[in-house]
Ligand binder design. Structure first.
Ligand SMILES: *[C@@H]1O[C@H](CO)[C@@H](O)[C@H](O)[C@H]1NC(C)=O
Ligand SMILES: *[C@@H]1O[C@H](CO)[C@@H](O)[C@H](O)[C@H]1NC(C)=O
Ligand SMILES: *[C@@H]1O[C@H](CO)[C@@H](O)[C@H](O)[C@H]1NC(C)=O
Ligand SMILES: *[C@@H]1O[C@H](CO)[C@@H](O)[C@H](O)[C@H]1NC(C)=O
Length: 336
């Protein structure tokens, strides 16, 4: 009796769900999934004002809700990889090389809700986090490569000070200030080589008359950034240090306006004080007004799973060949 009731209930549920229209099946490697991923990536990069630009490594999952008068809702899960372009760089993310495994790549994981209307995607919600690759993967790629060091490590901060001094002592009219340390690695048995990458910002002082403490980084229209990468090596038998560094000063960027009308790139970002962190976590980046409580990772993931099981149930209800209609997900890994 109990069993009958249960199976009756099950049939009813299946029937009810089968009648409910479900969204289209979209494969993770389809051009449409790619369009959604690129729109999401653009939004994330335009609102992540720290560290580096990200690129798409894989479309992990995608689910589409049935079309309404407002178009279709897409839930997309993306795996990202950190690129070598600092967020202030004018290079578009698609032209940025990814960080190789040997340099301890940083991986991002994002859940995004988008609306598709008349063929155009709009981001409605984003929730991301990121983490450096495991030590095992780094050592497998390069057994002698150092891991990321904490950004507030005293040796790292010292190396950045030395490098910035070197840059300001060069042929510059403008005095540059440190904006943010991007990543750092400490190498050698005696920790004698410190590799650093950091972002610099033009100040209101010229290099000759710099009354250093009172110089402030220019903001707004006058904001002018650059980035430096290099190493400071302690020479074994001397007090001396060897500086090897390259800096690029970028042309001031026209403010980019994102889809909410809020200018993003070009707006002064507050330098981030990162105590004890090894990278700039996407989780701590305010991803615009769309990363609100109602778009928490948990909620977006729940919606993704709900959309997914609705599709599964409807396939079951229709007794159709299930495999042919399942979305082909996750998609291919583009890099590693
Ligand atoms: C979709 O995008 C195209 C090209 O950017 C634009 O011309 C069109 O107006 C957009 N449609 C809607 C409904 O926003
Ligand atoms: C210093 O910069 C100025 C202006 O960019 C340039 O004309 C000059 O050749 C540079 N001098 C050196 C020694 O690089
Ligand atoms: C730079 O700006 C600060 C704060 O507004 C000011 O105190 C300082 O005098 C300025 N320095 C120069 C050289 O203009
Ligand atoms: C770096 O930050 C961590 C966490 O706040 C702190 O425990 C550590 O003492 C800091 N290290 C230095 C060198 O300031």
């Amino acid at each position: 009796m109990k069993l009958l009731l249960l199976s009756l209930l099950f049939i009813c549920t299946t029937f009810a769900l089968a009648k409910k229209p479900t969204g289209r099946i979209v494969d993770c490697d389809s051009p449409e999934a790619n369009d959604a991923a690129l729109e999401a990536l653009h939004f994330i990069n335009a609102n992540h004002h720290h560290g580096y630009k990200f690129v798409v490594n894989q479309v992990e999952d995608i689910h589409v809700l049935p079309e309404t008068v407002n178009g279709e809702i897409f839930y997309v899960e993306l795996d990202l990889l950190e690129s070598k372009c600092p967020w202030v760089s004018p290079t578009p993310a698609e032209n940025c090389p990814v960080r190789p495994r040997a340099e301890q790549a940083v991986e991002g994981d994002c859940k995004i809700k988008l609306q598709k209307q008349n063929g155009n995607f709009t981001v409605l919600g984003v929730s991301c986090k990121s983490k450096p690759d495991s030590a095992e993967n780094v050592f497998r790629a390069c057994s002698s490569c150092p891991l990321l060091a904490p950004l507030n490590d005293t040796q790292v901060v010292h190396a950045v000070d030395v490098a910035l001094l070197g840059f300001n002592n060069g042929n510059n009219t403008v005095y540059y200030k440190l904006h943010e340390i991007g990543r750092a690695q400490i190498q050698g048995p005696a920790n004698n080589k410190v590799q650093v990458e950091f972002v610099i910002a033009a100040s209101n002082c010229s290099n000759e008359n710099a009354a250093l403490d009172s110089c402030v980084a220019l903001t707004g229209e006058g904001a002018h950034y650059g980035s430096c990468a290099g190493s400071v090596t302690k020479l074994p038998e001397a007090q001396d240090e060897e500086l090897d560094m390259q800096c690029t000063v970028y042309e001031p960027q026209p403010p980019q306006v994102d889809q909410t009308g809020v200018p993003s790139i070009g707006v002064p970002a507050q330098p981030l004080v990162v105590h004890g962190h090894f990278h700039h976590n996407l989780r701590h980046s305010s991803l615009g007004p769309h990363s609100s409580e109602s778009n928490s990772a948990e909620k977006l993931l729940l919606h993704l799973h709900q959309a997914k099981s609705a599709v599964k149930r409807s396939l079951f209800g229709k007794h159709s060949g299930p495999n042919a209609l399942r979305p082909r997900c996750p998609g291919k890994k583009i890099f590693f």
